[in-house]
Design a protein around this ligand. Sequence first.
Ligand code: 8DG
Ligand code: MN
Ligand code: MN
Length: 386
Amino acid sequence: PQPADISLLTHTSRYCCCRASPLVCPNQGLIKQLDKIKEARNLEGEERSMLSYARAISVSPFPHVITHSNLKREISKLPYLGEKLLSMVEEFIKTGQINETQGILTSSRFQALSAFTTIHGIGPHTARKLYNLGLRTLEDLERYYEVEPGRCGQETLAVIEAAGRESDEAIVERSIKVALALRHDFSQTIPRAEVEEMNRVVMSELEQIEQGCKSIVVGGYRRGKPQSNDVDIVISHRNWESGAGKIKGLCKRFVRRLHERGLVTHVMHLSGFHEHNALRTHHWDSLEKALTVFVLPGDGSQRRVYRRLDLIFAAPQVFWTAVVGWTGSTMFQRDLRLYAKQQKGFKFDSSGISRRHDSKLFFPKTEREVFELLGLVYVHPTLRNA
Ligand code: 8DG
Ligand code: MN
Ligand code: MN
C-alpha cells in the first residue's frame, strides 16, 4: 500500500525531502553503478564530485525505468543530471554498464580503501593514510593496530567515566580497534526481528532505572531496510514537563547499567557532553548519545553476535526532530537542513529546529508537525531512502 501523501510529492524538486525515495526503485541497476563512482570520489576526498553523484543517484528513483524514449523528454529535465551524468545514463541504457564503474571495480586501490572504511572510525582520510603506509588488507590493519580477531578487551567502565575528557585521537583509535577486532560480527547484518528484540531488551532495562521513558527505533530499520548494519534508538520521556530533567545525564547512567548487566560489552564513544568531537559523524548534533557494542542475552546454547548499538537521548521537546534526523537517510537529512535554511530561514538538525533571525525554538509534538513547521509535505519514513 502506498502512503497517502505520496501523490503530493514531486520527482523534479531539487530537494530530496520533497521527493519520494523508495528503498527499491525501477532504476536500481543504474544507481548501483553510479554509487561505485560516488564511493570512489568519497574515498579520494573529492567532496564536490562525490556530492554530484550522490545527487544524481537521489533523483534516479524517477518513477519509471529510464529508457531511450524518456531520456530526452523527461530525464533531462530532472535536476542534477548535467551533460556528463546524462551521457553516463545513456551509456548505461545502451550497454547495461558504465565504463568508469568497471575501471573502479578492478582498481586495487579502490578495493583496499573501501575495505578500510568498513571499519567504524576509519574515514577516507585515515584510509588513504593507512594505504600510503603500504597497508592493503584488513589483516594488514590488524597487525598495524595490534588487534586479534574476535578478541577485544576493554576497560569499558573507565571509558564511560572518561566521557567528555578524552582526546579526539584516543576516541578514534579505540573505535577502530574495537571495530577491527569484532569486524566478523559487525559484517553480519541484523534482521528486523532482532532489531525489535534489542529494542525490547534495552527498554525493559531502562524501565528499571528510569520509569516512563519511550523509544523509537530509527535509522535504516525505520526506512524499511530488511537488514541493518547497526541499531539506532532514540530515547525520550513521556512527560512533556518533567521529561527533559530526567533525560539529562541518563545516557551515561544507563550505559553504565547496561554494561553491569553484560549487555553493553564495549563503548566506542559517549558524546554530547560538551566535548570537542573528532569523528565527523558526531558533529551532527549536540544530543547525548552512546555508540556501543551490544550483545543479546542468550541461553548459553549458542554464541550471540556482537552488534553495534547507537542510543540517542532527546528531551521530549526535541524528540521528534531527533527521530526525523536519525531516521535519515543522510541525504534526506542533508536536504532537510538545506531546505529549512534556504526556503524557510530555519535551522534544522537532530537536536532542534530554530528560526534563524530571532533564534526562536520550536517544539513539534508529532513527526508530521516537524514537516509542517518546515512547510513540507509529510514523507513516510519508507520513502526517505534518498
Ligand atoms: P545502516 O547502515 O545503519 O543500516 O543505515 P543507517 O541507519 O541509515 O545509517 P547510520 O549510520 O546508522 O545513521 C542513521 C542516521 O542518523 C543517518 O541517516 C544520519 C543520522 N545522524 C544524525 N546524527 C548522526 C550522528 O551523529 N552520527 C551518525 N552516524 N548519523 C547521524 O542525525
Ligand atoms: Mn543505522
Ligand atoms: Mn548508527
